[in-house]
Design a protein around this ligand. Structure first.
Ligand code: NI
Length: 256
């Protein structure tokens, strides 16, 4: 069994403090590669450091929409210029978060930094990992104006089945996370059933979003199999076939 966790935060101190054990549990669970995602300057630097330490770990660097309020262009581009490191495979997680940000002025600032980071990824030839929470329409609008030329993923896709095509038409993958396993989850299960197989990837987003039956615990890459199992069951397909396709999709997404 070979799985790629395309979105994890081993750079979060909860996981980083126990890094060797978290990584060995992941390897024992069949996780073959992990993509560590940054959310600000320090976490992007740490993602690269972890990727230097382990052959099978890669880094994605950038500013999460909740972390752009106290930065400026200098800090932004100082961070993004870390893209030159050979283990950096994408720019992320970038986007809009209207759940936590209610003020219009701050949402405008999120849009500006989102656009700057998409444009940068396009310029240097990298895919993007997109965080979009309660901001689907604005996210798609921006992406239509600033097309991700090297693809990317709608991380933890929380849209409807009807909106899947909006995402796919932008050359993006659909990221499926723990919610697909939740017993009360309706839309994530519908999305897992309907999304084209060749356009989905799996992510833990650990230490967050632990899948059922581990909800409420610290999530880690070793739990990703629970997400794969849920998708295989929903789609009525063999786990082996699903794993093969997910592996290919993930490699294509981040050019691994
Ligand atoms: Ni994340």
């Amino acid at each position: 069994m070979k799985i790629i966790d395309t979105h994890c935060h081993l750079n979060d101190e909860v996981l980083f403090k126990d890094l060797d054990n978290v990584v060995s549990r992941a390897l024992n669970a069949g996780v073959d590669k992990m993509v560590v995602i940054g959310w600000d300057k320090a976490s992007s630097e740490l993602a690269i450091k972890i990727a230097e330490q382990y052959d099978f770990v890669y880094a994605v660097i950038g500013f999460h929409p909740e972390n752009i309020f106290d930065i400026n262009d200098e800090v932004l581009y100082e961070t993004l210029n870390l893209y030159k490191h050979p283990k950096v495979v994408g720019i992320g997680e970038i986007g809009l978060d209207y759940h936590w940000t209610k003020e219009q002025e701050k949402r405008e600032l999120q849009k500006q930094y989102f656009i700057k980071q998409i444009d940068f990824a396009n310029k240097v030839g990298l895919p993007i990992s997109i965080h979009s929470r309660e901001a689907f329409n604005d996210t798609i609008e921006i992406l239509k104006q600033h097309k991700p030329m090297h693809g990317g993923v709608m991380h933890c896709y929380s849209g409807s089945v009807e909106n899947i095509n909006d995402v796919i038409n932008l050359n993006l993958y659909i990221g499926i996370d723990g919610p697909v396993t939740f017993t009360n989850a309706k839309t994530p299960k519908e999305v897992a059933a309907e999304a084209p197989l060749e356009k989905i990837v799996v992510e833990t987003d650990c230490p967050y979003l632990s899948p059922h039956p581990l909800r409420g615990t610290v999530n880690e890459p070793s739990n990703i199999s629970l997400i794969v199992d849920a998708i295989a069951e929903i789609r009525g397909m063999s786990k082996k076939h699903l794993l093969d396709v997910l592996y290919q999709n993930s490699c294509k997404l981040f050019n691994l």
